[in-house]
Structure formats: C-alpha cells, structure tokens
Design a protein around this ligand. Sequence first.
Ligand SMILES: [Zn+2]
Length: 97
Amino acid sequence: MDDSQHNTLKQQIQKRIKELEILLNDDEAKSATDEDAAVESQITENEKRELAALKNNLRWLDTDDAGYCSECGCEIPFARLQAVLVTRICINCAQRI
Ligand SMILES: [Zn+2]
C-alpha cells in the first residue's frame, strides 16, 4: 500500500464513519412505534458494530501493521481493503475462519 492508497482508504473510512454517525443520530431522534423500534434497534446494533470496527481500522492504518493480515501477516490487497473497509484479514483467512 503506497501513501496515496493509504490516504484514499483513510478518507473512505472517515466518510463511512460520518455516514453511520448521522444514521445513528437520526435513529435516536426518531420516535418509532414498538414494532419499528425492535427492527430499528437491530439495525442500530449492526451500525454500532460497524462504526466500532471502522474506528479500530482507522487507528490500525496509522500503525506499522497497516494493511497486513492480522491472522497470517500477508499483505492484504488494496482492492479488498477498499471493498471491505472493516476487514483486517486477507481473503484466504476470511474463508478459513
Ligand atoms: Zn491472512
């Protein structure tokens, strides 16, 4: 991963974090019926998990391990990092686990 790829990826993650934060704020502001609330809280949980993973990966990108699979240590292809912003493992490890 070169510097411009590194920056591109960080920007993508930051953009997604902003989107999620707006979504989550909207959810909390809305007064839903009980039925809607059950569905919404499930969605909110997923969003919160994604948000946490994105924030972790943003920190990860500033370390020496950035872009390397946390399982096998190989270099994760940039295309995969872009496609799956929350990932920290290579495709081989993802299929194995
Ligand atoms: Zn791996």
